[in-house]
Design a protein around this ligand. Sequence first.
Ligand code: G4P
Length: 530
Amino acid sequence: MPDLKQEIQRRRTFAIISHPDAGKTTLTEKLLLYGGAIQQAGSVKGKATARHAVSDWMELEKQRGISITSSVMQFEYEGYCINILDTPGHQDFSEDTYRTLMAADSAVMVIDAAKGIEPQTRKLFKICAMRNIPIFTFINKLDREARSPYDLMEELETEFGIGTYPMNWPIGCGSDFNGVYDREQGRILAFNEFHRGQSKIQAIQCSLDDTETLDELIGEKLRGILTDDIELLDGAGYEFDIEQVRQGKLSPVFFGSALNNFGVEPFLEHFLKMTMPPLPRLSGEDVVDPFDPHFSAFVFKIQANMNKAHRDRIAFMRICSGKFERDKEYFHVQGGKALRLAQPQQLMADDRAIIDEAYAGDIIGVFDPGIFSIGDTLCDKAQRVIFEGIPTFAPEHFSAIERTDTMKRKQFEKGIEQIAQEGAIQIFHEPFTGVEEVIVGVVGVLQLEVLEYRLKNEYGVDIRRRDLSYEHVRWIVGDDVKPSDLNLTSDTKWVQDFKGRNLLLFTNPWNITWALEKNPGLELMEFSRN
Ligand code: G4P
């Protein structure tokens, strides 16, 4: 019988975030290879999904397994049990991408050394920063021409307002890439033709004073640059402070090349040492200790099955405390009911298996007959835990939709409501207009296509869709504000969400500034707490 404390202690649950093409899939794959979870590179399937154009998506989704298996990957490495959460990108980018970050205890940010911070990295970083989770940076593709490492770190600091601490330092880049200098151990990991793709790279113990050996290894020119760089770094006041790392204020930075499997293993080892086992979560004022033997979990993602023959959905839960056991009865707090979770599954790299038990830090998927909503809590019957809600993230694409068949009102409303409950779309209404149109907001534009497809196929409703030019939404803070009295630009729209909260839709950021300037005291929020 595994010891509860030990099992939880050895778990690490993190998300990998990046802009498409920075190397997230390649890095994930290399990490899985270390854990022996996959046998060869090219097995991580998320990429295939991500690469497909919109038109292929429906077909792919029917073979649902693809995106499900790539959602979470669990593997063992040197006694640790590691859960990697995939954050879908490209056309798959959606609210789910953000919500997945709610289930992680830390994040690894992959950055292309030639490009630096890109738009999707920016969006994802913001969500991680909101939760103050530790963020580790892997600057990738050093085997190609890259920007100066100083530049990259400065960009991270000024744009993200965090400190950075280079754990290693690159020696050249592109065709001149000779490896990295490991600052902690004072040694060199040399990169040359011989090392390409190797899983173990022999570290060469070499003091910076040993000019002869260094010249042999990396040449005189690079040796000169490296010694100057390290002197500068050591003197520049980049202090390492593990507490700052754990509070998300300081990001340890690693340079490497995922494709060449260079710098991945040292990264993994440092990462595991610096990260914590599952973090405590808040339930109201109370702190839920992950080591508390009572099971508790929250739903962070619901995935509908596109196969018409199986109208079921899968609810993904992050276990926050204790141990989950297959046949035990648990309590669904929001539904006020005790239940047994049907066919609990854990998702491995290229497989999924029904599981008998899982521990705090793990992610499980259960069949959902339509009873769960995003943010719901499950727990031992004796407890009533309610985790802090998952915020509603600001949609970035809007469309006005109405049904073409006037007879289908009920089906239309039911469909829209259910799909919104899964968290795939947000619905808004224009107050006092009496218009039958519904305004739908989504984070990823593909969700509009999916909505149209699902309404037709699952609910038999055809819709007319009119995409709108709004790109920004803000919730109005305070119930005493009368939106109709606000001074707004003519292309700003006032709408209400399903809870009757007032929001404003803007076509561009300048109109937001305008609204704030012209209406002193007006407070706007980018996220809404559910
Ligand atoms: P993503 O998941 O973040 O979207 O990125 P992915 O890993 O798919 O990598 C994007 C491209 O960058 C891939 O090339 C991949 O091989 C390449 N790449 C990843 N890491 C490195 C690296 O360290 N050095 C270099 N030079 N390239 C790297 P592709 O040609 O688009 O795909 P493929 O044909 O190689 O699969």
